[in-house]
Design a protein around this ligand. Structure first.
Ligand SMILES: [Zn+2]
Length: 47
């Protein structure tokens, strides 16, 4: 899933929202910003 102009770092980048073995993550296709659920993007789902 892609979110345009949603990067918290560069504000103009396209954010890709996906999941891997560690959980969900977001990654900016423009600046390389990366954050996964272990770093706190899904605070509601803390197992
Ligand atoms: Zn960015």
């Amino acid at each position: 899933m892609l979110y345009f102009h949603s990067c918290p770092k560069c504000t103009k980048g396209t954010i890709e929202y996906g999941s891997d073995e560690q959980g969900n993550y977001i990654m900016c296709l423009m600046c390389g910003f990366y954050k996964n659920s272990a770093q706190g993007i899904t605070k509601a789902r803390k197992s």
